[in-house]
Design a protein around this ligand. Structure first.
Ligand code: LLP
Length: 431
């Protein structure tokens, strides 16, 4: 559930009319709903009240300081993947002691910085990484908290670029090797075996793969608790969101509702997993990113041209793949709706950006309301893996980001001035 909806003809975010925001800030423009972030965090958090748990928001989904700050205020911990993300958490008022550090390639500098800031645990992905952490912890005279990421070899049935829980992937340590790796690591002087972790993939719309993986890992977690006194079991992130009818109300009657692959609710997720997790007696960590931020953001864009080729119609807008790469990269679906609703239409069209790549599109052959140059569109469900995956490709500045909270709004990232794009470039003084 989110707080984007039509009131009269206008699309709103909470109590703010989005047409007013584009007038004030221009386009492309990201807009986030603070109440949606909080609502998603609380829905998941309260679904697990029955057991000892900690939600650690996956910062990579949307690392804006205001997003981190909002979630920190409601008690979120954080799943981080770089020194930069840990620095963001600290800067935004998050607690580094509630941070778990994931990723297959942690550098010495990153491990050192994380240890100096007392993070909750490293989610480690290989034996060489444990060796490196042990050495650095020894140098610093501390014991490093560690959880091994187990690869449960469960197919999450999600997009191939975001599935992580099978032996085809670079992630985690094979299920069968876990007992021997813990035995080996328990002898390292500077390692504190604190937990076990898994993450099988992203945008899962069925509870089944989660259930299967948790069922597989729970007995090992219990064994590790008995042998090494580990204290937590992190079940990772991956809860999918609804992309294909993100705006349920207010559609014209001709609007064909795209097929909905189903909604994974927090109630269902908790209901099916808690009975298994409870038996472990361990603290449970959850690492959602998309579930919290995905439907809390939209990308607003202006229609520049309508191009009719005889074969197809193209709606050319001022946002591009550098602002939102998900359709180009994953062929992902994002609902696209006008900021001002009209009864014009329908038109079948591709919505495309100005970049010279055929991947620069937001939808293909989509039935949309007829728009004209100067109209505005909202690309829905772009709060997660939207702006964070942006680039300056084509020397296009990063768009501004606004956060709405009820009837208030604030700039949470200014539009990047174009000169900043080449700020760190220089021309060597060749002879
Ligand atoms: N934990 C770990 C270890 C992860 O690797 C990830 C995401 C998460 C948690 C959070 O997953 P989430 O709850 O957001 O599904 N750029 C892609 C998604 C990449 C996900 C990478 N790992 C996209 O735009 O769909």
């Amino acid at each position: 559930m989110h707080y984007f909806y039509y009131k009269g003809k206008g699309l709103y975010c909470e109590n703010i009319c989005l047409a007013n925001l584009v007038k004030e800030f221009g386009t492309p423009l990201y807009v986030y709903s603070r109440q949606t972030l909080v609502r998603h965090f609380q829905a998941l958090n309260s679904a697990f009240t029955e057991i000892d748990h900690q939600v650690c928001y996956a910062v990579k989904a949307n690392s804006n300081l205001a997003v981190i700050n909002t979630l920190a205020r409601f008690g979120s911990g954080f799943d981080i993947v770089s020194e930069g993300e840990l620095r963001r958490v600290i800067l935004a008022g998050g607690n580094s002691q509630l941070c778990v550090f994931a990723g297959v390639g942690k550098t010495e500098a990153e491990i050192t910085f994380a240890l100096e800031n007392n993070i909750y645990s490293f989610n480690v992905e290989s034996q060489p990484e444990i060796e490196r952490i042990d050495k650095i912890a020894g140098r610093l005279g501390v014991k490093a908290p560690v959880a091994v990421r187990v690869n449960p070899n469960v197919d999450a049935h999600t997009h191939s670029k975001i599935t992580t829980g099978t032996y085809e992937n670079k992630f985690g340590i094979g299920f069968g090797q876990i007992p021997s790796v813990y035995k080996w690591a328990s002898k390292l002087k500077n390692i504190h075996l604190k937990g076990i972790q898994m993450h099988i993939g992203s945008q899962l719309t069925s509870v089944k793969p989660f259930e299967e993986a948790v069922k597989k890992v729970a007995p090992i977690a219990i064994e590790l608790k008995n042998k090494y006194n580990i204290e937590f079991f992190s079940i990772g992130g991956g809860i999918g969101i609804v992309y294909n009818h993100a705006l349920v109300s207010g559609k014209p009657t001709w609007w064909k509702k795209p097929e909905n692959k189903g909604i994974l609710t927090t109630e269902l997720y908790a209901k099916r997993l808690i009975p298994i997790l409870k038996q472990t007696g361990l603290k449970i960590l959850l690492e959602p990113g998309r579930f919290i931020a995905g439907n809390a953001g939209v990308l607003l864009t202006k229609v520049e041209y309508i191009k009719k080729t005889g074969h197809k119609n193209f709606i050319i807008v001022d946002a591009a793949m550098n602002d939102l790469i998900r359709p180009a990269f994953y062929d992902s679906y994002h609902e696209i709706v006008p900021l001002v609703r009209s009864s014009r239409g329908p038109i079948k069209a591709d919505v495309v950006g100005p970049i010279c790549e055929s991947g620069d599109y937001f939808c293909k052959d989509r039935v949309l309301p007829k728009v004209k140059p100067g109209d505005y569109l909202a690309i829905m469900s772009t709060g997660a893996y939207g702006s964070v995956m942006g680039s300056n490709y084509n020397t296009r500045p990063f768009p501004p980001e606004i956060m709405v909270d009820g009837s208030c709004y604030g700039v949470v990232r200014k539009r990047q001035p174009v000169e900043k794009i080449w700020e760190f470039e220089s021309i060597p003084d060749w002879e």
